[in-house]
Design a protein around this ligand. Structure first.
Ligand code: ACM
Length: 262
């Protein structure tokens, strides 16, 4: 299976531009599953609620979702993107799985980071694994990585590939994904963005270095800190089915549930 990420700089507030940029950049690429950054339609910062409203969209009727559904169909491939979602008067920092048959699945970020709490409602949907291409994927968004329960729950629910749209600003996650992949024996795809954004007194620098990690903790891909890059690697997704560390240890079976309650 060919899996990859597209690391780029979304233009703040320019949904049409971002949708076209993704379409034009990926239409000639060869992939089965592609992951895009967090909030790839809207950019990350909002000066006020009008900006949030105009950069967000209903899924799947918005132009960003319609463009990615068309791309998914044309490529006969799955695409996962961070989307600034509008839903009945609330806003969610969501990840969407777009499928070639026109269907889609939504995950809403559970763990909002810093000032995101000002704009978004925290996720209200379960962590689920979805079947694609004879395997199962799970979605989490950026800061969800620091809560190991997120990736663990996805893995326990059967996800073999954890797809992770991100807008990382701290320097830890790219290294930490080694552990998330290894402790669950899953593939992880962290699609980060590059560039910076400034709104009023807030300026953020995004850290790039999108990574794909194997169930044994190998870095199959690592992008640069500051360039646009689409990297695709071929994997055997079956490797994520084996949860044994050695003949006597199994990552799931050996857990001591009775000792973890607090
Ligand atoms: C983040 O969750 N975007 C840092």
């Amino acid at each position: 299976m060919k899996i990859g990420f597209f690391q780029f700089k979304p233009e703040r507030g320019d949904v049409k531009h971002n949708a076209e940029k993704i379409y034009d950049s990926l239409i000639d690429k060869d992939f089965d599953l592609m992951v895009l950054p967090e909030l790839a339609n809207s950019g990350y910062l909002f000066a006020n609620s009008e900006e949030l409203e105009s950069a967000s969209e209903n899924i799947p009727s918005g132009i960003f979702s319609q463009t990615l559904l068309e791309l998914s169909k044309k490529k006969n491939a799955y695409i996962i993107s961070g989307v600034c979602e509008k839903f009945i008067g609330e806003f969610f920092n969501s990840s969407v799985l777009y499928c070639p048959d026109g269907s889609y699945k939504i995950y809403r970020k559970l763990h909002l980071f810093d000032s995101e709490k000002q704009w978004f409602t925290a996720g209200n949907m379960p962590l689920e694994a979805y079947e694609i291409h004879l395997t199962k994927i799970g979605m989490m968004v950026c800061f969800d990585w620091i809560f190991p329960e997120t990736a663990r729950t996805l893995a326990l629910r059967g996800a073999k590939i954890i797809c992770h749209p991100s807008n990382l600003v701290m320097p830890y996650c790219q290294q930490a994904m080694f552990t998330r992949a290894l402790e669950n024996h899953v593939f992880t795809i962290t699609a980060n963005r590059i560039g910076s954004e400034k709104v009023n007194d807030t300026e953020l620098f995004f850290t790039g270095e999108s990574v794909i990690v194997s169930p044994r903790g190998e870095y199959l891909a690592r992008a640069s800190k500051d360039s646009e890059e689409c990297i695709i690697v071929e994997i055997n997704e079956e490797e994520a089915g084996d949860k044994n560390i050695n003949p006597n240890n199994n990552l799931f079976i050996d857990r001591r549930m009775g000792f973890y309650e607090v």
